[in-house]
Design a protein around this ligand. Structure first.
Ligand SMILES: [Zn+2]
Length: 227
């Protein structure tokens, strides 16, 4: 977070306008992880001293990696997980609910076999093709928010979220069902809308449809309870 006798900016500020990557994120101490909540919400961090309080910019993209369980094989097709359900729950709880809430996209990355790697190589899209789609989606956002003083979907505050992320009936029904079934928070609701808006932008769609909402809901896997 920053600090010291002569205050200095910490990693969250050094990552301003860039990426902050936490590998093995549950291994970080709880106060460190909880300290990420303010910068993730507000884009700055406040260091309080006896004499003064200092404010450093800290607007970063957080990428947090974690294993599915302490042994690493929960859900694996090739290895057996040796953890008890209690151990798995305790491990995942190290990333608190409020912090998990603030992550836009949860992605499960299963281990890939050598055969699969070789088989898919030819069919995969090139980075250049993906880049052009991303650039186009960013351009749509810059154009859409030209009068609002923001330039990405991630920056949509509740008032603008209402204006730009309106849903048709099927999309609305789907989201409401998911909210109840997965027990999602109001914050997760806003995250789903922003991510759905981005998925629609990547698809070149003017409006958010049920298919975009469905994909955005899939990225809330940490919100689902363990079976
Ligand atoms: Zn395990």
């Amino acid at each position: 977070m920053g600090g010291g006798a002569v205050p200095r900016p910490g990693e969250v500020s050094l990552a301003h306008n860039g990426i902050l990557f936490l590998d093995e994120s549950p291994e970080f101490r709880r106060p460190v992880l909880d300290g990420l909540r303010q910068p993730l919400e507000d884009g700055y961090v406040v260091l309080t001293r006896v004499s003064a309080s200092l404010r450093y910019p800290a607007r970063f993209m957080l990428i947090a990696a974690m294993n599915p369980c302490p042994c690493g094989f929960y859900g694996s097709r090739s290895h057996e997980c040796t953890c008890t359900p209690h151990q798995v729950r305790r491990y995942r709880a190290r990333l608190s609910g409020p912090l998990q809430d603030r992550l836009d996209i949860h992605v499960e990355v299963p281990a890939v076999s050598v055969q699969e790697l070789q088989g898919q190589e030819a069919a995969a899209e090139t980075s250049a093709v993906i880049l052009s789609r991303v650039v186009e989606a960013r351009r749509r956002q810059v154009d859409r928010y030209a009068k609002d003083g923001i330039h990405t979907n991630a920056q949509l505050k509740p008032r603008l979220l209402k204006r730009y992320c309106g849903l048709d009936k099927p999309a609305l029904d789907l989201l409401q069902q998911a909210m109840v079934k997965l027990g999602l928070s109001a914050r997760a609701h806003g995250r789903i809308l922003r991510v759905a808006r981005t998925i629609a932008d990547l698809a070149g769609a003017e409006r958010i449809h049920a298919i975009h909402v469905a994909e955005a809901i899939q990225y809330r896997s940490l919100d689902r309870r363990l079976e």
